[in-house]
Design a binder for this molecule. Structure first.
Ligand code: SF4
Length: 179
């Protein structure tokens, strides 16, 4: 896998201050995509153990709430192995830090169904999945953590436990705290 960008202080892609990894490669090709250069699987730098070590170092400060994976497409079958190895090491080192991922695939139809491979271990590390492609006609700039109204914030542990899709609710609590 290659990666396009690493952000060490991201406040736009999940709650709190986060480290973000933008992987390379995406086959969805959504019109209006915010990161078209990362459609190419060869774009950017090779993702290696040194990259993982660097990310683990960036995640160390207490003020970093967790890591967010986006792209490109972290769930592309050819990206999953490298992403899962990263998450294995992140969860081993920082079990309390949260993990968010953005995907153009749909949670039930593509990911849970096994259509894009066995994603069981990947999902076991996720707190929130933002799913679905970016749809320009449904673009809404007032949405938090997503670009278009079709995209959902999914509470992955609750969904796996209940056997049905549960939307992530915490941000409403966060809003109350902000008042
Ligand atoms: S899924 Fe994301 S990265 Fe891929 S084309 Fe759509 S908006 Fe761009």
């Amino acid at each position: 896998m290659n990666y396009a960008t690493i952000k060490n202080c991201d406040i736009a892609n999940g709650p709190g201050v986060r480290v973000s990894l933008f992987v390379s490669g995406c086959t969805h090709r959504c019109p209006g995509c915010f990161n078209e250069v990362a459609w190419d699987f060869n774009y950017g730098e090779p993702f290696t153990q040194d990259t993982i070590d660097y990310l683990l170092q960036l995640l160390r400060p207490d003020y970093i709430q967790g890591i967010t994976l986006l792209g490109g497409e972290p769930f592309e079958p050819q990206n999953q192995e490298a992403v899962v190895e990263l998450l294995r090491q992140v969860k081993k080192t920082y079990p309390k830090k949260s993990v968010w991922a953005f995907s153009g695939y749909l949670f039930e139809k593509d990911i849970l169904s096994g259509r894009i491979g066995n994603t069981e271990e990947f999902l076991s590390y996720l707190d929130v999945l933002v799913d679905g492609p970016f749809i320009e006609a449904k673009k809404n700039l007032s949405l938090r953590f997503r670009g278009s109204e079709n995209q959902r914030l999914i509470d992955v542990p609750a969904s796996l436990q209940k056997g049905e899709t549960v939307l992530w609710q915490d941000w409403q609590g966060e809003r109350k705290e902000m008042k």
